[in-house]
Structure formats: C-alpha cells, structure tokens
Design a protein around this ligand. Structure first.
Ligand code: FES
Ligand SMILES: [Fe+2]
Length: 456
C-alpha cells in the first residue's frame, strides 16, 4: 500500500483520521453560524517554494515595487486617531505615510516626504496631534488637509504653483474599525478586495473591540516566513506541545476564499488527534478550563460547552457586554482570517487577536510583527483607551508584557523558531520548502497570489 496515497486519493484529498473540525462544531450544543460551516479548500499544487523568495534583496525589491504599492494594507485602528489633527506615521519598506484625521472626521494619508527637498515631515514611528505639518528643515508647511500654507522666501520659488503643491495622497478606506491605505491610484475598492470578509464578519463586530495589549516586535526572519508561523496549526505538535490535551491541530480546517482571504478554524476544548485516545472530557476540563483536579463533566454535556459557557459569562462580566449570542465555536476556537498580504484577524472571544507582518525596511532577513490583544468594549459608558504599543527587540520575550497573559509564552515559542529557519534557508542543500497539501495550503496561496502581483 502506498502510505502517502492511502485510498488512491488525489493530492490534497487526504485528511487527518478522526473527527474533523466541522464534525466537532456540528456536534456542539449551540448552533454555529453558516460562515463557520463553509468549506473552501482547493489543491494548489505541491512544488517546492524557493528559499530565494525569503533571502534575496532583489526579491524584496520586486515585492516593494509590484506588490506593496498595489495592495490594501491596514495602517491603524480608528481609535488611534480619534480627533481632528490626530495622526500616526506608517512605514512599509521604503515608504512612509502620515495618516491624519481631518476636521470633517474623514482620514487622509499623505506621502511622508517634503515637496521641497524630501525630508520626512514626521519621523518614523511618530504619533501625535497637530493642526499642520511643518518640515523641520526649511519650514515649508502644509495644513491638515495637505494644502501648502507656508513657503519661506517664496520670492525664490516663482516656479512653485502653491495651489498645486499639496501633499500627494494615497487611497484610504475603512473596515470594521481598521483604517486601510492603497498606494495604487487605480486600485479596486477595499470592499471588493476583501472578498467574503464583510459577509463573514457581518455579526462579528471587531470595531467594538479595543486593544488591551499591543506589541511591535522585530523578528529575525523574512516577513513571509514570520507570518507563515501563524498560518497553520501543524506546528502545534512540536512547538506548543503543552496545548495538545485541549487543542485541535492536525484536524484544523483550512480554507482559501478568492485571492485575498484565507482562514483556519482550530478547535479548542477538544484534544489533538495525536492524543485524543488518551484524553477524557474531564482531562480537558481540568487542563483548559481551569477547573480543579477531580472535576467531572456531567452526562449530556461536553467539556467544550462547559468551558465556553464559563468564558461567555466571565468575559461578558469583565467587559460589560452580553456574549450570550456567541456559539461555543465562536467563543472558544481559534478562528483566524488572513487578508493578503499581511493581516490576521480573529473574530472569536477566547482568541481575539490581530497581527500584521511587515518587512523591516529593506532587509530581507528582518521583519516587524504588530500584535493586538482585543477585548469587547463595554456596552455602556466611555470607550476604553487602546493600550500603548510596547516595542520588543529580537530577543525580548513576550512574557515581559503582562497584559498578554499566558499568550506571551506561546508567542515566544512561535517566534523562537524563526532565527534558525531564516539561517537554514541559506544553509540548505535542498533549495526550497516542501509544504503539506492541506495544512500548509494557506502559505502556498500567499505565494501564488504574490506571484500574480509580481507578474503583472
Ligand atoms: S526639505 Fe522640507 S522645507 Fe526644505
Ligand atoms: Fe503557534
């Protein structure tokens, strides 16, 4: 018998033996929203993915020229710039933008470069409030809306038509509490770009969540390698073995939707298929649910449902919201949507995080991971302020950020592999990575969509 091809299946058809994610969700006590029951997997091939894509400065330059300049990318949350004049600087590779709230409540995004001699109007990483942008070099000044308002010694610049010397802008749009930009003057609308996302998120109000922890960490790896550590649950077995008693891994569900969206749904409160035969419902309760040793799951219910019930109650009380409409899956599971090229958003309650991965300048061996841990905002009373960003260098541990709780150690496990992987890319005799047909399809999907942008 061919072990790789058990029942004469076509590539991509094989699945982990045992109950699938969908089987477990369909067996849940609470009804699950249709979006979570949808399956959308396509076999995308099994060729190796070349390591040059992760190590070559030329490749990064092509990504910058042809991809980053043409995609929608989220730059900040609405609550980062609530008032007129509030602004942040967003850098991507070579580029830098000032994202500024306008008097009428809209948002504009300007190239962060003076029209006199190019100086950045605001330094990298800056955030604050201003009613104008004044260049620190010779004092050329633009109003909040980008019109030129001051040009010292204008007698020397008869060739400058001041009416036309406004700061160049890029497209801005909004979705679910996020502000996006697109550098392509001819880009498709954000709503088209997001594909199924607005429909799937119709009942998931991420705009009603606020960051209670935020980090910006430098990672010692190409931006794609860094984010690929978060696109699959295959690594849980080796990288996060502590989670196996209560976390699905090999039975996670993977979907791709059009060019820009993919998803995994990974069960929690359900054991890994690697050890399901050794784990009882009572074990799950004790190891994930925080129930004392000796607690038992009564007949007619499941550990998963008991943990979800508790979580809806506890998080609801803590945050001042009613979470009773959330299903067990929406409450517990790790439901991860990805938006090309670099956005991760989790609509669940237990795992409610957002990630973004970017090249760190033009260094193919370094990237920036932005992370937000989100909580629902109270239904009554003022909206809490988002947490300040904690900057972490390559070797700083996520556990130094107390607000991340137990997730800090998990992110340390994820990011600990990256330095060795990036070095291994260069040390390799076999010049590319060999991906699983199902569990790593989202990584292949990203590369194939990237290739479409590079080829155009
Ligand atoms: S470079 Fe900006 S005013 Fe001269
Ligand atoms: Fe992980």
């Amino acid at each position: 018998m061919n072990v790789q091809n058990p029942k004469g299946m076509k590539p991509g058809e094989a699945r982990c033996p045992g109950p699938s994610t969908r089987d477990v969700i369909l067996g849940d006590v609470t009804p699950t929203p249709a979006a979570l029951l949808e399956e959308s997997y396509t076999f995308l091939g099994d060729e190796d993915i070349s390591y040059d894509r992760y190590t070559s400065a030329d490749f990064l330059q092509r990504e910058m020229d042809r991809m980053w300049t043409r995609v929608w990318q989220w730059v900040c949350r609405e609550e980062d710039i609530p008032e007129s004049g509030d602004h942040i600087v967003y850098d991507i590779g070579l580029y830098s933008f000032i994202i500024a709230r306008q008097e009428d409540g809209s948002v504009k995004a300007f190239y962060n470069s003076c029209l006199h001699r190019g100086t950045q109007l605001r330094p990298t990483g800056a955030e604050g409030s201003a009613d104008q942008f004044r260049c620190p070099y010779h004092g050329w000044t633009w109003a909040l809306d980008g019109t030129l308002t001051d040009l010292p010694c204008e007698w020397d610049f008869p060739h400058v038509d001041q009416e036309k010397f406004e700061l160049p802008e890029v497209h801005v749009d909004h979705w679910n509490g996020f502000v996006f930009i697109n550098m392509d003057p001819d880009c498709a609308p954000l709503e088209d770009y997001l594909g199924v996302l607005p429909e799937h998120f119709a009942n998931w109000r991420i705009d009603d969540r606020v960051a209670v922890a935020r980090t910006e960490k430098i990672l010692p790896s190409n931006w794609k390698a860094s984010q690929e550590a978060f696109l699959e649950a295959y690594h849980i077995l080796e990288t996060h073995p502590q989670a196996l008693p209560y976390a699905g891994d090999a039975n996670a569900q993977y979907d791709t939707f059009g060019d820009h969206v993919s998803r995994f749904v990974q069960l929690l409160g359900s054991p890994s298929p690697h050890m399901a035969d050794r784990i009882t419902e009572d074990d799950i309760l004790e190891q994930m649910g925080g129930y004392p040793a000796g607690s038992t799951v009564p007949e007619g219910t499941t550990a998963r449902h008991m943990i979800a019930e508790n979580m809806r109650k506890a998080v609801g009380e803590e945050c001042g919201v009613d979470l009773s409409s959330y299903s067990d899956s929406e409450t517990l599971d790790s439901i991860e949507y990805f938006v090309f090229p670099n956005m991760f958003v989790f609509p669940g309650i237990n795992i409610s995080v957002v990630y973004r991965f970017r090249p760190n300048g033009m260094d193919p061996d370094s990237s920036i991971m932005d992370l937000m841990l989100m909580k629902p905002v109270p239904e009554e009373g003022p909206r809490p302020e988002p947490a300040d960003v904690v900057k972490l260098d390559v070797w700083d541990s996520y556990t130094t950020v107390p607000a991340l709780g137990g997730l800090g150690g998990v992110y340390d496990q994820d990011t600990a592999n990256l330095d060795m992987q990036q070095k291994g890319f260069k040390a390799a005799k076999k010049r590319g990575q060999t991906l699983g047909n199902y569990q790593e399809v989202r990584t292949r999907h990203v590369h194939q969509v990237l290739d479409k942008y590079l080829a155009d």
